[in-house]
Write a protein that binds this ligand. Structure first.
Ligand SMILES: Cc1cc2nc3c(=O)[nH]c(=O)nc-3n(C[C@H](O)[C@H](O)[C@H](O)COP(=O)(O)OP(=O)(O)OC[C@H]3O[C@@H](n4cnc5c(N)ncnc54)[C@H](O)[C@@H]3O)c2cc1C
Length: 376
């Protein structure tokens, strides 16, 4: 039996970041992960994650992403790893669509730099893009992408340097909270802590005990294309990250060329699954067809390029697609952390910090009311 100030269950994006921010404050912390470091069964793998400052979903996310941006740069400096590349970002859609109007709303509300571009201007500056005449684009100059595997490894490395314990291939089987402690049991050990963080991604419901969390697991397929022809037009200098509203409320997105190819996917196009364990991990060849159709009005050559690789990743969705960051209503020592719905990674550095604030002071400088459990 070992004692800790806090145990973090799950060492994906949110768990690694939280472990780091707790350890750097001098707390005795333990992270427990059921699989290997960098495994591909959860939500935090696949080479790239978009980070953008404008936020079409809601302006409330802007201060959080601004803090995350600072912390990613600090983590690069402390860990010596390259984590974030700024490419600019094109938010493309019809002028009255939710991507364009939401991006402009967040930019105006927070006075963010941005440019509105016509299809011809987009093509002139970023030659691979050939948007159809009815579309416009908002350029977010501070957008780019993060390397998720490197980010998690950097948080973990710096957490360990600050004294954290982290154990892999050690699933948490159960936890029991009484008056002043939480006991966590795995196959090989029992740990006692003052606080518990459940950062278990698609496995959250199974660990939330008697609490019914309205989370859905959604299977997402992603594709790495290999376009031929003028390949330099897909390099990050001339190919920003993008999100394109190809039909009302539906988005596809993608990245410049990375070693595996030019990655793209459709948001929220997948099957809702009963459990992470039963998700079909193989991708069928025809699964790419809806993505090709979605991309064609903006990236016609990429849309018809051969697929080099594919993969599956899991979204853990809330009904409103906002996050869950809140204490368990019956066990106030237990923090439930489920910032996903397909857009959580970019915030992980800031969420690690704010969760450490919540666990040590009970407060955060961010308004977390949109992420409360009692909104349902
Ligand atoms: C295809 C795809 C594309 C995405 N694109 C973007 C993007 O461009 N930008 C963006 O900001 N976000 C994006 N996201 C969302 C983002 O990646 C997620 O919000 C984020 O990775 C969630 O991190 P997490 O720590 O909550 O979950 P995970 O990274 O899945 O971590 C949870 C961990 O808990 C472990 N675990 C579960 N149960 C137990 C247990 N009992 N004991 C021990 N360990 C346990 C799991 O094994 C897992 O490692 C995308 C997600 C996907 C799937």
């Amino acid at each position: 039996m070992r004692n800790y100030d806090a145990v973090v269950v799950g060492l994906g994006a949110m768990g690694c970041a939280t472990l780091f921010h707790l350890a750097r404050r001098g707390l005795r912390v333990l992270g427990l992960e059921q699989y290997d470091a960098g495994h591909e069964l959860g939500s935090s793998h696949g080479d790239s994650r978009i980070i953008r400052e404008t936020y079409f979903e809601h302006p409330l996310y802007v201060p959080l992403v601004q803090r995350a941006h600072e912390l990613w740069r600090q983590l690069e400096a402390s860990s010596g790893k390259s984590l974030m590349r700024i490419t600019g970002g094109l938010m493309i859609g019809p002028p009255d669509g939710m991507v364009v109007t939401g991006t402009l709303r967040s930019a105006r509300e927070h006075k963010l730099p941005h440019e509105v571009l016509t299809p011809a201007q987009v093509h002139e500056r970023f030659p691979a893009f050939e948007p159809a005449a009815h579309l416009v684009a908002v350029l977010d100059p501070r957008a780019g992408y993060l390397d998720p595997e490197a980010c998690n490894a950097a948080h973990l490395q710096d957490a360990r340097r600050a004294g954290a314990d982290a154990r892999f291939n050690e699933p948490v089987l159960e936890w029991i909270a009484d008056g002043d402690a939480v006991t966590v049991r795995t196959r090989t050990g029992t740990y006692v802590a003052s606080r518990l963080v459940i950062a278990a991604g698609a496995w959250t419901q199974g660990l939330a005990r008697d609490l019914r969390v309205p989370l859905e697991i959604e299977r997402q397929s992603v594709f790495w294309f290999e376009p031929d022809g003028s390949t330099e037009s897909y390099e990050s200098e001339r190919f920003p990250i993008y999100a394109y509203e190809y039909k009302p409320g539906h988005i596809c997105y993608g990245f410049p060329r990375l070693p595996r190819g030019v990655k793209a996917s459709i948001m929220h196009s997948g099957r809702i699954e009963q459990a992470a364990e039963s998700v079909e991990r193989a991708v069928k060849p025809d699964e790419v067809n809806p993505l090709r159709d979605a991309l064609r009005p903006v990236l016609p050559r990429l849309a018809d390029a051969p697929v080099r690789e594919d993969g599956v990743c899991l979204f853990t969705n809330t009904p409103d697609h906002d996050f869950i960051i809140d204490f368990h209503p019956r066990y106030p020592r237990v923090l439930i952390s489920s910032p996903c719905s397909g857009h959580g990674f970019k915030f992980a550095s800031a969420i690690g910090e704010l969760q450490a604030d919540l666990l040590t002071t009970g407060k955060s400088r961010f308004d977390l009311s949109p992420f409360r459990l009692d909104r349902w």
